[in-house]
Design a protein around this ligand. Structure first.
Ligand code: ACO
Length: 337
């Protein structure tokens, strides 16, 4: 049995974004909102939407295949696939099993993680343990979401915020002193009602309930959110959690080269960056292009930051997320490749 404490890092990334773009101007025609309101309150200008022929697993497959190719690996090298998602293709089997079959990762174990928008950080934390112990050498971690499928498109409070995407990373052993230096995870189930999507286990759940029926009964099969409560929680927890993980890694604010937060709202990101005393150039933001893509947002942002040349070998990266649960999580990664 493996007993090691191997350094583990992210050795490559990949993404998948649906082609269809939904702009704020198009949303103005659907609900009582404005481009100006959305931009100033959220920082979002447009988001991507999956088409009716695609599934979350299709987005996950494309992101996963890109991450493997970027690492110079094949699906046959993968020991474990973890998909973080709140919009799986099915309740069961897991989306990770569908990905395993579609990419042909014949030796890989596979399972999903549900931790709201913190799902990617949770999956990173779990996946890294398998490499750290030496049990597995190659773990594919994917955050994939088709949130457009669970949005009430008549609710302006939520429909302007979310988008569809997938992002993936490959975890492998790296050189001593590099890789994932620290991780912090947390949850507070007393906030479960603040952001939710009911499922078949809820009492009284009816799969075919209309939006009106669901409103009347309090049961819904679309995303429900108490926006301002989530906002207050997010502003507090993003700063706290990021500061906590930086200190756990034995670093200070000055050691952070780039901060890659969950992309939900520019005001939340700015508040967290302020708490860490980070200048704008150290904070990666792409929320304008994609909105909140839940579990996909951090790996998509990481991939784009790399493409833009914002990350170099040896850099300390802080990843931090929050979401339904309530959940939160952060990681410090010393870039190893
Ligand atoms: N267009 C125009 N007006 C709107 C819109 C819209 N799209 N949405 C809400 N409003 C109105 C509200 O109805 C309200 O009007 P009222 O005062 O007449 O009642 C007014 O704007 C202000 O609403 P607030 O909720 O106070 O606006 P706020 O500045 O808090 O912004 C927002 C709302 C953007 C939802 C913010 O609260 C937020 O970002 N919350 C966090 C959301 C989030 O990140 N969720 C995801 C968590 S991660 C996961 O696990 C999925």
């Amino acid at each position: 049995m493996p007993t090691g404490n191997l350094p583990v890092g992210i050795v490559s990334t990949g993404i998948s974004l649906p082609e269809k773009i939904l702009t704020n101007n198009e949303l103005e025609k659907m609900v009582d909102t404005s481009d100006e309101w959305i931009r100033t309150r959220t920082g979002i200008a447009e988001r991507r939407m999956i088409d009716e022929t695609m599934a979350t697993s299709d987005l996950a497959v494309r992101a996963g295949e890109m991450a493997l190719a970027n690492a110079g690996l094949t699906p046959g090298d993968v020991d474990l696939i973890i998909v973080a998602t709140v919009t799986p293709d099915m309740y069961f089997p897991s989306t990770a099993c569908l990905v395993q079959e579609k990419i042909g990762a014949s030796k890989a174990a596979a399972f999903d993680i549900s931790a709201g928008c913190t799902g990617f950080i949770y999956a990173l934390a779990v996946g890294s343990q398998f490499v750290k112990t030496g049990m597995y050498e190659t773990v594919l971690v994917i955050g994939a979401e088709a949130l457009s499928r669970v949005i009430d498109w008549s609710d302006r409070n939520t429909c302007v915020l979310f988008g569809d995407a997938a992002g993936a990373v490959v975890l492998r052993p790296v050189e001593q002193g590099a890789g994932i230096l620290a991780v912090e995870l947390g949850s507070d189930g007393s906030g479960a009602d603040l952001l939710k999507l009911n499922a078949v286990g809820s009492p009284g759940y009816r799969l075919s309930g209309s939006a009106e029926e669901n409103d009347r009964t309090g049961i819904a099969d679309y995303l429900q959110m108490a926006g301002s409560e989530v906002f207050k929680f997010a502003v507090r927890i993003m700063g706290e959690c990021a500061a906590g993980v930086v200190s756990r890694a034995g670093l200070t604010d000055r050691d952070i080269n780039i901060f890659i937060p969950h992309q939900a709202n520019i005001r939340i990101i700015r508040a967290a960056a302020k708490r860490l005393k980070l200048p704008d150039e150290k904070v990666y933001v792409n929320v304008a292009k994609y909105g909140n893509t839940s579990s996909a947002s951090i790996p998509v942002a990481l991939h784009e930051a790399l493409l833009e040349g914002k990350i170099n070998k040896g850099d300390n990266i802080v990843l931090v997320g929050f979401g339904a649960g309530l959940t939160w999580g952060a990681a410090v990664v010393k870039w190893a490749v």
